[in-house]
Ligand binder design. Structure first.
Ligand SMILES: Cc1ncc(COP(=O)(O)O)c(C=O)c1O
Length: 399
């Protein structure tokens, strides 16, 4: 599948870009689709292209898609067809893969704290690689996944990412050494180190710092007679929301350089776990305007999608994650709108001060770009509003 790419704004600072990689076919499908809203359109060719880019920029690195961010079965099938595999956080995710007929023996279970029955189920299905960051988890793994390969989750330094996901997991170097030694004494194979720099990470240097930390841990483990065979660089690769984003090439450069210069010995498997960076740009959420209002001089645009039925990251980031938006009117005259969701909850707002057509009325449509990650999977039916359906280009559209 080949789709052509349109550039909406030109390249800016070297190493960073201000382009929106919406494919022409995705945009025209979103604009012409008559399906009931809200719905998400995914361009599987764009997912394929993104995986191709990762492979080209990081050759010999194993891609484990973080399926939590969009577990749509056709997206999962595309990931497999494009030559990548998965990281999971629960048994339900594993079952989704099995149900889709996807082989799971190379899947890694990256949630550092797992439900014991989930470990049982994953082990029975052939999963043999598990993350941990505590003694309690090691005891659980020794009992429910005897002899498994385990990798310790390192705490990364506090470099701000746009969607913070660090702070909950990870241990420092001293604890990591202690835990890996303990893993060996429990009959597990202490085989790896993992980290996550934080989601929508805008600073390539954060991977450099985390790889240097991992290299220090490798040297200390070697003194204990432990040599690792897997280094998991996690997720965090950014998608292209509004504003400038570091180019994947700049991040890959930082990673390749740190791996070449800093590791004390070559590691068999270098792994990445991209979620957002694989699928966000491949999706457009289509919503309908359900109302407009002027309140205290501010124009409000009410959509049938909001924080609770798909756009949770608006709430999570206090409206700072700027999803690019366009509309079906494309009028020359625009107005600054506060774009909000359908519920009665005032936390439901997507974005403040968005330039969209001034003459939008109920029934018009709004297109929320870069919506392929952490949208439908977060959606609830709070207040009685529908979750978005997902449609995929080609299969669900006649263009
Ligand atoms: C263990 C792990 N790996 C990968 C990811 C994917 O992160 P991102 O979507 O930022 O690439 C997550 C997200 O929470 C995660 O918890």
């Amino acid at each position: 599948m080949i789709s052509s790419f349109i550039t909406i704004t030109p390249m800016t600072t070297p190493g960073r870009e201000k382009t929106r990689p919406t494919t022409t076919s995705l945009l025209s499908a979103a604009r012409s689709a008559e399906h009931a809203t809200p719905f998400l359109v995914m361009d599987l060719a764009a997912v394929d292209e993104q995986i191709r880019q990762f492979r080209e920029l990081l050759p010999n690195v194993f891609i484990h898609y973080a399926m939590k961010c969009n577990p749509e079965p056709r997206v999962l099938q595309q990931v497999v067809a494009s030559g990548a595999t998965f990281e999971i956080a629960s048994l339900a995710e594993l079952r989704t893969l099995l149900h889709a007929g996807i082989p799971v023996d190379d899947v890694i279970f990256s949630n550092p704290v797992k439900i014991a029955e989930h470990i049982d189920g994953a082990y029975a299905a052939g999963v043999r690689t598990f993350a941990f960051d505590s003694l309690a988890e090691l005891d659980k793994l020794a009992c429910h996944a005897p002899g498994a390969q385990v990798y310790v989750r390192l705490r990364t330094l506090d470099i701000n990412s746009v969607v913070p996901s660090e702070g909950k997991f990870g241990v420092d170097l001293d604890e990591a050494v202690e835990l890996m030694v303990r893993a060996r004494s429990l009959g597990l194979v202490p085989s790896g180190i993992g980290f996550h720099v934080g989601s929508q990470m805008m600073d390539p240097y954060s991977w450099t710092v985390a790889i240097i930390q991992s290299a220090t841990l490798m040297r200390r483990l070697e003194r204990e007679g432990i040599r690792i065979t897997m280094l998991d660089l996690g997720g965090g690769f950014p998608a292209r929301y509004e504003g400038e984003t570091p180019h994947l090439a700049a991040i890959a450069d930082a990673i390749r350089t740190a791996l070449a210069d800093d590791l004390p010995y070559p590691v068999d498997r270098i792994v990445i776990e991209p979620g957002r960076g694989l699928v966000a740009d491949a999706g457009i959420m289509v919503a309908t305007v359900i109302g407009t209002a002027v309140r205290a001089g501010t124009s409000w645009l009410h959509l049938d999608v909001g924080a609770f039925n798909g756009m949770m990251e608006s709430l999570e980031t206090r409206n700072t994650l700027r999803f690019p938006m366009t509309d079906s009117k494309s009028s020359p005259g625009t107005r600054s709108w506060h774009v909000t969701g359908p519920t009665c909850d005032s936390q439901d707002t997507l974005l403040l001060d968005v330039d969209l057509s001034a003459d939008l009325v109920p029934g018009d449509r709004v297109f929320i770009h870069t919506a392929g990650a952490y949208t439908t999977c977060y959606a609830s039916t709070f207040n009685g509003f529908d979750r978005p359906q997902t449609y995929c280009l080609d299969a669900d559209f006649e263009l």
